[in-house]
Design a protein around this ligand. Structure first.
Ligand code: NAD
Length: 354
């Protein structure tokens, strides 16, 4: 059983902890937090041991028990997943090295924070036995999952992607825009293209970024010039075979991220999370060697299964990407639950006398 510590229990950290909890080969060693806010009470409720990142006093005052400091958590963990805000992970790197504990960082850090930038479908093997890995950002994860099978089956000559990005996560009340559509960043290419090249160094890719007033999901408008000329049906079938790509059937009537999130909530997904890239099936179009499609990426969720695979890769317990991905997906329900509903409320028999 792998003991996994989570340092930083916010948007990504709490999802990673819950995903660790359902894996057959992992357990949550504990979570480190700075403040006893609502997420600390959720950690307590889940039974995760709380460790203080910045001193135990605020937790004592809030009557929340702590099991120790972040140093104790790192020492007791086989692997630590650092899910602190961008930049804090890099500052924490020396802590993990000090304790000789393998560590996983997130996409908000610069690539040089870790030995390898990681995407399970594209380069799992590179992280096997490494001391550190960086799970690339939500957008880079979404693009890597899509480009990996296309490269393997047809070759990719050039990729052009416009990323229409959510302005904020639902909990980020201070971010925007709230009434605008921003080229962001204005410079071209946006940072996303070079980030995808940390996974595929030889890939020719140009990216343009925008920010819009939604908290739901990112949407990618994708054009890939392939090296061969498959049919639309062949590409559709290739993508449909990937467990972390969900092809939205036209019949569902899902016209955007709003209905997509409503669908996953109806289907009983925790927090309405969408771990898969969601590709509108009827958008998949091949003209000559040019492939076009639209995909939606749930920024809070798609990196979660990747973090689980990264834990297995660093710990060297599972040498093959295929095996780890299958294990993670089965335990979480990735690739299921969007079309196989299992979240309907269950009848609870009452034992009341009346
Ligand atoms: P977040 O702000 O929601 O959560 C970070 C948590 O870490 C907060 O609870 C914060 O209080 C805590 N924290 C701050 N400093 C700390 C410290 N020194 N020690 C321990 N905990 C500390 O951030 P997030 O959205 O979960 O992002 C975490 C990382 O994941 C970032 O690198 C981000 O770029 C990346 N990421 C975020 C998203 C997203 O859409 N939210 C998607 C993919 C990757």
């Amino acid at each position: 059983m792998l003991h996994v510590g989570i340092n930083g229990f916010g948007t990504i950290g709490k999802r990673v902890a819950d995903a660790v909890r359902v894996q057959p080969d992992m357990t949550v060693a504990g979570v480190a937090k700075r403040s006893p806010n609502f997420e600390a009470t959720i950690a307590d409720d889940r039974g995760y041991d709380l460790y203080a990142a910045d001193g135990r006093e605020p937790f004592d005052e809030a009557d929340l028990a702590t099991a120790g400091t972040v140093h104790d958590l790192i020492e007791t963990s086989d692997v630590v997943v650092d899910t602190t805000p961008s930049g804090v992970g890099a500052a924490n790197a020396s802590l993990y090295a000090e304790h000789d504990t393998p560590a996983i960082f997130q996409g908000g850090e610069d690539p040089d924070v870790a030995d390898v930038s990681f995407n399970a479908r594209a380069n799992y093997e590179k992280a096997v036995g490494a001391d550190t890995a960086r799970v690339v950002s939500c957008n880079t994860t979404g693009l890597s999952r899509l480009l990996a099978p296309l490269r393997e089956s047809y070759g990719v000559e050039k990729s052009r992607v416009t990323l229409v990005r959510r302005g904020a996560d639902p909990g980020q009340t201070g971010r925007g825009p709230i009434n605008d559509t921003l080229p962001d960043p204005v410079e071209i290419p946006s940072h996303h293209g070079p980030d995808v090249q940390t996974i595929f160094p030889d890939l020719d890719i140009d990216t343009m970024g925008m920010k819009v007033p939604t908290t739901q999901m990112h949407t990618h408008s994708v054009n890939v010039t392939l090296e061969s000329e498959p049919t639309t049906e062949e590409v559709t079938s290739l993508l449909a075979d990937e467990s972390r790509l969900f092809l939205i059937p036209e019949t569902l009537g899902i016209d955007g991220a709003g209905k997509l999130k409503e669908y996953t909530r109806d289907a009983g997904r925790p927090r309405g999370d969408v771990w898969e890239n969601c590709i509108w099936a009827e958008s998949i179009t091949v003209e000559g060697r040019d492939l076009y499609l639209f995909q939606a990426i749930h920024q809070e969720a798609d990196v979660v299964p990747e973090n689980i695979d990264a834990v297995r890769a660093l710990s060297e317990r599972t040498a093959s990407a295929e095996k780890s991905i299958r294990r993670t997906d089965e335990a979480l329900g990735v690739g299921r639950g969007l079309v196989e509903h299992d979240g309907s409320p269950q009848r609870v028999d009452s034992h009341a006398d009346d």
